[in-house]
Design a protein around this ligand. Structure first.
Ligand SMILES: Cc1cc2nc3c(=O)[nH]c(=O)nc-3n(C[C@H](O)[C@H](O)[C@H](O)COP(=O)(O)O)c2cc1C
Length: 207
């Protein structure tokens, strides 16, 4: 029997936190994260997502060096760092007349990331994804072969004390959820003008 609001309690409480306790993430919990990613669906069951764990100190340092400075600042303190990658050649491209081809591997890796983040939340971990990194450096950090795309780096650990973060980042931790109002997200029967408003544009307009 499912609760009436299903998975929403875990989805509501998940945040991309930046404060971590130094305690390591037990190997058993790490395996549950990898399993959650593996169970994500993919078109044709292509399963393109690969998890690259920076387990050794040298690998960890190489991955940290690949992050943008703004991410290095806080992510270096996460006890677990890993990347999600895919070889586009493992996946399917959909050709639709009148449109550019649709590469499915970023969608598939994104679904796997979503599953993984929710599993992290369910076992009391924070999993903070990052796109701001030097892909060539991240690729070299793991000696990934040419063609493999590194799509996200994730900083993971048990949530720590935000008081230990610089003031600007600590403020972000305490900020309320910022999401588009429903009319800007859901269209019934047809595209509406409200759907064309970006979150950035709406933020600029202010409350
Ligand atoms: C694909 C992806 C890339 C992201 N890249 C970064 C990043 O490079 N640095 C960062 O601090 N946060 C990054 N984030 C976290 C977002 O800023 C965060 O999810 C968003 O502000 C919403 O906040 P919430 O996850 O706490 O609800 C990323 C999130 C996603 C899904």
């Amino acid at each position: 029997m499912f609760a009436v609001d299903g998975l929403l309690p875990a989805i509501r409480t998940r945040r991309a936190g930046r404060a971590f306790r130094p305690d390591p993430v037990p190997a058993g919990l790490q395996e549950l994260l990898w399993e959650a990613a593996a169970l994500a669906p993919s078109h044709g069951n292509t399963q393109p997502t690969r998890v690259l764990v920076a387990a050794s100190e040298p690998a960890r340092q190489r991955l940290i060096a690949a992050l943008n400075p703004g991410n290095q600042h806080w992510a270096a303190a996460a006890p677990l760092l890993f990347a999600l990658a895919a070889d586009p050649a493992h996946d399917v491209t959909i050709d639709t007349p009148g449109h550019s081809p649709r590469e499915l591997y970023p969608l598939h890796v994104g679904i796997a990331l979503g599953f993984l983040m929710l599993q992290a939340e369910a076992v009391g971990l924070t999993a903070h994804p990052m796109a701001a990194f030097d892909e060539a450096a991240a690729s070299a950090a793991f000696e990934a072969p040419p063609g493999v795309r590194i799509l996200a780096v994730v900083a993971c650990g048990f949530p720590g004390d935000p008081g230990g973060l610089p003031a600007d980042l600590a403020a972000k931790e305490a900020s309320p959820r910022d999401r588009l109002p429903r009319e800007h997200r859901v269209g019934i029967d047809r595209w509406s003008a409200a759907l064309s408003v970006s979150a950035r544009a709406l933020r600029k307009r202010g409350p």
